[in-house]
Design a binder for this molecule. Structure first.
Ligand code: FAD
Length: 473
């Protein structure tokens, strides 16, 4: 995502950009892969924010990219053991639904606070200068949106989200629901994240939401049209500095470039380039950002006999999963009108959940395969308990992905995904930036500021391009 977006902006400006991608599809965690003639979203399934002030709306407009999206509302149905409810964009509808599901909590008070901060933050997000600010004018342009946010959120902004929410959240099920949303948007629960990022994460399902027809990879392909050269199935093996250039050794040949933008996570940045300063930085980051997540995913096709208004995204809460330690999973169905993902009367399903990476490390092949089977069974049992339709439907082979799968197909270090949790001691100012100790070597992706998902990675890529090419954007 980071590489494609940065490449698209620079390509649009007429720069000679070559995008090198190891796989035969673009997008890594947000790509759409093919297996036995069928298509599945690898990880990311939700797409938000095409308004003019939001990162994807801004990028698609300035680049003139038309995205194959279809609006969805409600954005999500949440299933708790004893109730289910939907998240709507319309705030009155959202309040009504939450009040019916959780009659004892103060929704008006809580969401007034959330929207006060998130409305301001979402509209200011594009005016952030590159991170970290370098000149006085950049510091000032960092302070301006900061001051307006401070006026809205005051000292609450950097307090833990849980302490701010505690004034309004009265019941454990409501608290659990909010924490599970924060886990997918902030990668950490309310007690660990500042209210600033918490408010952005909680408001995420209430922004304009879309499904991408053709799979999430189709959105990346649309942006990649702006890149003059895109080489798929081209693994970068090694990068060396040669005079004023970088020399990239790849499985397709050797290329020279003046600037390199690495779409690697910060834990693996020195793996391709033998440089002591980079190695030191990598070690420092490994020590500092130890807390990271992996994912377990299930991909399968299911016969389409769902009612017409069956929501595309579902979050299902359950008892702790012994094989991942997670308490919920996220299920997405392809749109029935999606010619590519919903072919032959089937729908394509991507289901994902967080996992501790340690649970998948050092396993023998036998135990690993057994654990995959156990985790698949646990998830399917909980899925069919909440959504019995899934029991009755004809289903095809299930592909179960683990951190090992992500390490293999996306090359993320140790299979870690989802960036760095936006914890208070790190976010915002302690988050890694796109700049490396080597001149002309940069980083993009979800472990650089401001973090994961479409909005986060896009803002990071925009910030980098603004620094590289002042006046371009
Ligand atoms: C299960 C799951 C669900 C998610 N759901 C959502 C969601 O619904 N909405 C959302 O917005 N976000 C979601 N996210 C987050 C989002 O997918 C990621 O934050 C984003 O895709 C990360 O992009 P990135 O730029 O860091 O690149 P990555 O995903 O890390 O991709 C890196 C790319 O670089 C390539 N590469 C790596 N090394 C080399 C090499 N040596 N040579 C050539 N190519 C190489 C890889 O093949 C890959 O294509 C989800 C993530 C996961 C894991």
């Amino acid at each position: 995502m980071g590489g494609v977006l940065a490449g698209a902006m620079l390509g649009h400006a007429g720069r000679d950009v070559l995008l090198l991608e190891a796989m035969d599809y673009l997008g890594g965690c947000s790509g759409t892969f093919e297996r036995s003639g069928h298509f599945y979203n690898a990880g990311a399934t939700t797409f938000v924010g095409l308004g003019p002030a939001l990162p994807l709306g801004y990028l698609s407009r300035i680049l003139g990219v038309s995205l194959p999206v279809k609006s969805i509302d409600p954005s999500l149905r949440v299933h708790l053991p004893d109730r289910s409810f939907r998240l709507f964009r319309d705030r009155t509808q959202l309040m009504d639904e939450l009040t019916a599901a959780f009659p004892d909590d103060d929704h008006q008070g809580l969401w007034r606070r959330i929207f006060r901060v998130s409305d301001a933050a979402w509209t200011k997000i594009l005016s952030l200068p590159p991170f970290p600010p370098k000149s006085l004018s950049e510091v000032l342009s960092f302070l301006r949106p900061g001051a307006s946010l401070l006026m809205r959120g005051g000292p609450d902004l950097l307090r833990s989200a849980s302490s701010v929410m505690a004034r309004h959240v009265k019941t454990t099920p409501y608290q659990n629901f909010l924490d599970q949303i924060l886990l997918i948007t902030n990668q950490a629960p309310s007690e660990e994240v500042p209210f600033l990022s918490g408010a952005l994460g909680l408001s995420y399902p209430t922004l304009d939401n879309y499904t991408v027809l053709g799979g999430m990879g189709a959105a990346l392909e649309a942006f990649a049209q702006k890149i003059p050269w895109v080489y798929r199935k081209t693994l970068v093996r090694k990068i060396e500095r040669a005079g004023g250039f970088f020399r990239l050794q790849t499985t397709r040949g050797t290329y020279e470039a003046q600037r390199v933008i690495l779409n690697r996570d910060v834990w693996g940045v020195a793996d391709l380039l033998d440089d002591p300063a980079l190695a030191r930085l990598q070690n420092k980051r490994k020590a500092r950002f130890r807390q990271r997540w992996g994912a377990v995913t299930l991909h399968f096709r299911i016969r389409d006999f769902f009612p017409e208004n069956f929501e595309l995204h579902h979050q299902i809460h359950h008892e702790p999963n012994p094989w991942t330690k997670s308490r919920s999973f996220f299920l997405s169905l392809s749109d029935p009108k999606d010619d590519r993902l919903s072919a032959e009367g089937f729908r394509s399903v991507t289901l994902s959940t967080h996992t501790f990476l340690s649970l998948w490390e050092g396993l023998s092949r036998e135990i690993y395969l057994e654990r995959k089977e156990q985790v698949t069974r646990f998830i399917l049992e909980n899925l069919t308990r909440h959504l019995p339709l899934f029991r009755q439907a004809e289903r095809e082979e299930i592909l179960t992905g683990t951190p090992r799968t992500f390490a293999r197909y996306t090359r993320r270090t140790g299979g870690t995904v989802g960036g760095i949790p936006l914890r208070r001691e790190i976010f915002p100012l302690g988050y890694p930036s796109s700049f490396s100790p080597l001149p002309h070597l940069y980083l993009v992706g979800d472990s650089t500021f401001p973090g994961q998902g479409w909005p986060g990675v896009a803002v990071g890529a925009i910030g980098l391009v603004r620094r590289l090419e002042p006046g371009l954007l």
